[in-house]
Design a protein around this ligand. Structure first.
Ligand SMILES: [Zn+2]
Length: 239
């Protein structure tokens, strides 16, 4: 024998289920719009190209090491030239010192030119790979623009959906707060178990409204006599 308030509460669970359905619908809409799919595609492409860049860079690791060492040499020489320039700016130099420093400066400048030539040669030797990296980087720049544009569109879409979502979430919260504790506990328990449909009306032909399984009339009787009218197959509440 069930009392009236039980009946009322169990059908309340269906109202809650309907809100959950709406929430689920909005959440899947958020995940599956055309722009979200495009965003995923663009991100995959971006990551693939980045991977290609990394591969080519690995092939060029000797090149980069050599360039780095040349750049360091250049920096040191430029510093030397600066120091020499300072000396040359002093008016206490005698002609010998002047000549000496001027020669030092010239020799350093020639070293710089030599290094620049070596760098150029190195770049020519590795031209194919360097061009490849440049091409990849151009594609990445293009993709970045597309990514930003698309993610803005997605954010716009989500803004509207999030407002709807928040409305349903607060309705749901309010509803659950008005449930008796044991019903709240039942709801949490079923959600934790991963039950998809918490409550539904019985369908025609004695099917469970939650999972759709065909129930014999004795099974249905048992369900209706149990405390929360739960289906033995899916644990959902059959009203
Ligand atoms: Zn069921």
């Amino acid at each position: 024998m069930r009392i009236m308030s039980d009946q009322f509460l169990l059908s309340d669970l269906i109202d809650l289920q309907e809100i959950d359905n709406e929430i689920y619908k909005i959440e899947s809409e958020k995940k599956s719009s055309e722009n979200v799919e495009l965003l995923k595609d663009l991100e995959n492409k971006f990551n693939d190209i980045n991977k290609n860049v990394e591969e080519v860079k690995t092939q060029l690791s000797d090149y980069y090491a050599e360039i780095e060492s040349y750049e360091l040499d250049k920096k040191n020489i430029v510093q030397k030239v600066q120091n020499i320039d300072e000396k040359l700016g002093e008016d206490t130099l005698d002609p010998n010192e002047l000549l000496n420093y001027t020669r030092q400066k010239e020799s350093n400048q020639q070293q710089l030119i030599k290094i620049d030539k070596s760098i150029e040669l190195l770049q020519v030797d590795n031209k194919e790979e360097l061009d490849e990296i440049n091409k990849f980087n151009d594609s990445l720049e293009e993709l970045k623009k597309e990514l930003i544009e698309t993610s803005k569109k997605v954010q716009g879409e989500w803004k509207e959906l999030d407002i709807k979502l928040a409305e349903f979430e607060s309705k749901k919260k309010e509803m659950i707060l008005n449930f008796p504790h044991e019903i709240q506990a039942l709801y949490d328990d079923l959600k934790n178990k991963g039950v998809d449909v918490i409550a539904a009306y019985k369908l025609e032909n004695n099917q469970c409204g939650c999972c759709g399984v065909d129930l014999t009339s004795s099974e249905l009787d048992k369900i209706m006599d149990s405390k929360f009218q739960q289906c033995h197959y899916c644990d959902g509440v059959v009203v």
